[in-house]
Design a protein around this ligand. Structure first.
Ligand SMILES: Cc1ncc(COP(=O)(O)O)c(C=O)c1O
Length: 494
């Protein structure tokens, strides 16, 4: 090595100094998490902070301590606030201190989770078996941890498409969905879900070359559950028109109202019609962990594939979700491919190959499985079930308080943990005025840092929406919210 090229590493020059900084990071973060209740639920970002994210590329570094200060001053205080006990917006989980530390440990050993012959791969295999068992799927179902519900569900739909094509002796992996692939007059592949299905299905249809038109939206009943009779009629009509129905999506916990389709009826229908049954259980699938609530998701365990998040009701830090596929061979067949530089050997580091890379799109993957493994080991599945039951109890109690209040109106049934309501004083305003007033109430509650619910529209009318997956919330937190809605509502309407 010549003198002018000093050998570099990005490790700390002074390990003791770095150790002190690293301890400070952990201490700061634990101080932050243990004092969330004393902090506002949300802070508006000052203009100067917003504008500070416009620096040129740092060509010369300023050191790890200064980089950390930037995080403490400009990043940490200005998030959406989802770890807070009064955060119920969209469906965002809170995370846990243990999950945070597991992510740190995972990054420390930094394994490549395509597979390989290593303990982290056994951790992921074990976690997938645990999750399959917990959701009532066979213990030998295949699975993969992925970034989120969108990816988990998209992979499930891709396996469904592959399975359907195989039945028709089409090689959709080789030929795609192009109609010149030797079957010129073949009809359009179509799949079904209710009008309440999350937007992932549209994205997946677009990405997979099926096209949004191939996602057939089935009407819902008054409880926002798929109308199974309408589904049957649509499938029949589509077949008569030469289309190729291949999959039905049932949702366990819709994003708007927390409704769950009649999954048992959908399972029966799919069995009778030889259709793939996929369940989007982004947050609702984990309801199966609770003996008390399990009847709500009855039929989930009969799915061909399930996509669900662990970063919502599983309380793990982002990102973590899972797809389970009952037919392990079909799962592999939908994605496996080979390349000489990653061929499995009989011994050595790549013995066993890259099973996880063969179940989805990613080759290099992080060690998400560790936080699932450590959390389930530390808390036990019963604790997760108890949090889910607590959140549902809280949501039902919130609904009762809303029902009992003369100035509040419940806007949808509350089968699980989502409560949609509005401020609606007795001297009734028009729906348009109520929409504007409630949006204003929501924004003021957020801006004043009181709480973070989000908004939605149900039947065209604006609703304040509480989606409660929060293991930190207490009953009193919901009372704080309702008092604020009424106080601010009176002000706004005045
Ligand atoms: C029912 C449902 N499906 C899918 C998703 C998408 O999941 P993710 O945000 O993890 O990609 C969500 C997210 O809220 C959801 O509620």
């Amino acid at each position: 090595m010549s003198d002018e090229h000093e050998e570099l590493t990005l490790d700390p020059a002074d390990w003791d100094a770095f150790r002190a900084l690293a301890h400070r990071m952990v201490d700061d973060m634990l101080d932050h998490l243990s004092s969330l209740r004393e902090q506002p639920a949300w802070r508006q970002m000052p203009k100067a902070v917003r504008e500070s994210f416009n620096r040129p590329v740092p060509q010369q570094g300023v050191g790890d301590a200064a980089a950390y200060s930037g995080f403490v001053e400009r990043v940490m205080p200005y998030t959406v606030g989802n770890p807070h006990p009064r955060f119920w917006g969209w469906v965002q989980g809170q995370g846990t201190p243990l999950g945070m530390m597991a992510d740190m440990l995972a990054a420390g050993i930094n394994p490549h989770m395509g597979g390989f012959d290593q303990a982290p791969a056994l951790v992921e295999h074990e976690v997938i078996r645990w999750l399959a068992t917990l959701l009532g799927m066979p213990a030998d179902a295949s699975g993969l941890l992925v970034t989120g519900g969108t990816m988990a569900n998209t992979l499930g739909l891709a396996v469904a498409r592959h399975a359907a094509a195989m039945k028709m002796k089409l090689d959709v992996r080789e030929d795609g969905l192009q109609t010149d692939a030797g079957v010129p007059s073949r009809g359009r592949f179509v799949f079904y879900g209710s009008t309440e299905t999350h937007n992932w299905a549209r994205k997946a249809a677009e990405l997979m070359g099926l096209g949004n038109r191939s996602f057939r939206r089935v009407p819902v009943d008054l409880e926002y559950r798929i109308d199974v009779a309408a589904l049957a009629r649509m499938v029949e009509q589509d077949r008569a028109a030469g289309m190729l129905p291949f999959c039905v999506i049932g949702t366990a916990g819709t994003v708007n109202t927390g409704a769950t389709d009649d999954l048992a009826a959908l399972a029966d229908f799919c069995r009778d019609e030889s259709l793939w049954f996929h369940v989007d259980g982004a947050f609702g699938a984990l309801v199966h962990l609770s003996k008390e609530l399990r009847p709500v998701v009855k039929g989930l365990e009969r799915a061909d594939s399930i996509g669900f998040d662990l970063h919502k009701w599983g309380s793990l830090p982002f990102e973590c979700a899972c797809v389970l596929v009952r037919d392990a061979e079909m799962h592999r067949a939908a994605f496996a491919s080979s390349a000489s530089y990653i061929e499995a050997t009989k011994r050595g580091v790549i013995a066993g190959g890259l099973p996880f890379a063969e179940r989805g799109l990613d080759l290099t993957r992080g060690f998400k499985a560790l936080k699932v493994w450590m959390s389930l080991t530390a808390y036990g599945a019963d604790a997760l079930a108890a949090v889910i039951e607590q959140n549902v109890r809280q949501a039902r109690r919130l609904a009762e308080l809303i029902d009992a209040h003369p100035e509040l109106e419940l806007m949808a049934p509350v089968p699980l943990n989502v409560v949609c309501f509005r401020y609606a004083p007795i001297n009734r305003l028009s729906d348009a005025a109520l929409d504007a007033a409630n949006e204003e109430i929501l924004l003021r509650i957020q801006e004043q840092g009181i709480a973070v619910p989000s908004g939605t529209r149900l039947g065209g009318r604006y609703a304040i929406r509480v989606a409660n997956v929060n293991h930190r919330s207490r009953e009193a937190d919901f009372e704080v919210l309702l008092n604020a809605v009424v106080d601010i509502g009176r002000e706004v309407v005045k």
